[in-house]
Design a protein. Structure first.
Length: 248
C-alpha cells in the first residue's frame, strides 16, 4: 500500500497526549517518522513505545517549548536522528482561565510563553533545514477562541490570535522556499483540556455548535494531514476551523 508520508519526518510539540498524540498516530499510519516533545517524560515514553509497536521510527525528548535551551537541544537531536524535517506541527498549548479582573501576571505569562513564544522558538530552530531543503509544511494549532475571544480567556485568546498573525507572517516570509504555514483552529475537542467542563457549560457550548456534537482528536489530526499533504500544496497563510460550525 502506498502510504502518504513515507520517508517524511514530522515534529509534533506536545505529541505525548491529547490532540498531539492523535496527530502523531495519524502520521505514523501513513509511514512517517515522528519526533515528539513535552514536559512529562513518562507520558512521552509511553506514547513513543506505542508508536514504535506500530512500526514507526520515533524520537522523543523532554523539552519545554517556552525554554530556548530545551527547544535547541530537542531540535539538535531531531536533526541528528532524521537529518531533515518535512513537517512541523506546533501543537503544545495550555489554558489558565480567569476573568481579566482576577488574572495574574503569572497566568498571562505562562499561557503566552507556551502557546505563542513556544511556537516562535520551535519554528525558528527548525526553519533553516526546511529552507535548505526548499520544502516545509508548518501547521500551527490555534483555536476558535483566538478568532472569537471568550470570557475568562484573555490570555489564551491573545496567544491563539497571536499565533494566527505569526503564521500568516511565516507564510509570507518563506513562501519562495516552498514552505507553507497554515493554522488549524479547533472548536471544542474532547481531550484532557476540556475534560473538566461541567455539564451545564457543556450544554451551553453544544448550543453554539451547529453540528450539535463535540469534536474528537481525530477530527483535528485528519485536517493536519490534509494541510501537510500534496493536496494542499497551493494553500498557505490560511486558518481552517475544525469546529462543527462554531465560526461561520
Ligand atoms: P492537552 O492538555 O490534552 O495536551 C496539551 C499538550 O501540550 C500535551 O501534550 C502537553 O505535554 C503539551 N505541553 C503543555 N505545556 C508544554 C510545554 N511547556 N512544553 C511542551 N509541551 C507542552 O490539550 P489538547 O490536546 O486538547 O490541546 C492541544 C492543542 O490544541 C493546544 O494548543 C490547545 O490550545 C489546542 N486546542 C484544543 C482544543 C480542545 O478543545 N481540546 C480547542 C482548541 C485548541 P506535557 O504534558 O508532556 O507537557
Amino acid at each position: 500500500m502506498n502510504r502518504l508520508f513515507e520517508n517524511q519526518s514530522i515534529v509534533i510539540t506536545g505529541g505525548g497526549r491529547g490532540i498531539g498524540k492523535a496527530i502523531a498516530f495519524s502520521f505514523a499510519e501513513q509511514g512517517a517518522s515522528i519526533a515528539i516533545c513535552g514536559t512529562n517524560e513518562s507520558i512521552l515514553k509511553e506514547t513513543a513505545s506505542e508508536l514504535e509497536s506500530k512500526g514507526c521510527v520515533v524520537m522523543w525528548k523532554k523539552a519545554d517549548v517556552s525554554i530556548k535551551e530545551d527547544v535547541e537541544n530537542f531540535s539538535d537531536e531531531v536533526l541528528k536522528k532524521f537529518d531533515k524535517v518535512d513537517i512541523l506541527v506546533n501543537n503544545a498549548g495550555i489554558a489558565r482561565d480567569n476573568l481579566l479582573i482576577r488574572m495574574s501576571e503569572e497566568e498571562w505569562n505562562s499561557v503566552l510563553n507556551i502557546n505563542l513564544k513556544g511556537a516562535f522558538l520551535v519554528t525558528k530552530s527548525l526553519i533553516r533545514p526546511m529552507m535548505k531543503a526548499h520544502y516545509g509544511r508548518i501547521i500551527n494549532i490555534a483555536s476558535v477562541i483566538g478568532i472569537r475571544g471568550n470570557m475568562g480567556q484573555a490570555n489564551y485568546a491573545a496567544s491563539k490570535s497571536g499565533l494566527i498573525g505569526f503564521s500568516k507572517t511565516i507564510a509570507r516570509e518563506f513562501a519562495t522556499r516552498n514552505i507553507t504555514c497554515n493554522v488549524i483552529a479547533p472548536g471544542y475537542i474532547q481531550t484532557e483540556m476540556t475534560h473538566n467542563l461541567d455539564e451545564k457549560l457543556k450544554t451551553k457550548i453544544l448550543e453554539q455548535i451547529p453540528l450539535g456534537f463535540l469534536g474528537e482528536s481525530c477530527d483535528v489530526s485528519e485536517a493536519v494531514l490534509f494541510l501537510a499533504s500534496k493536496s494542499a500544496r497551493y494553500i498557505t497563510g490560511q486558518v481552517l476551523c475544525v469546529d462543527g460550525g462554531m465560526v461561520i
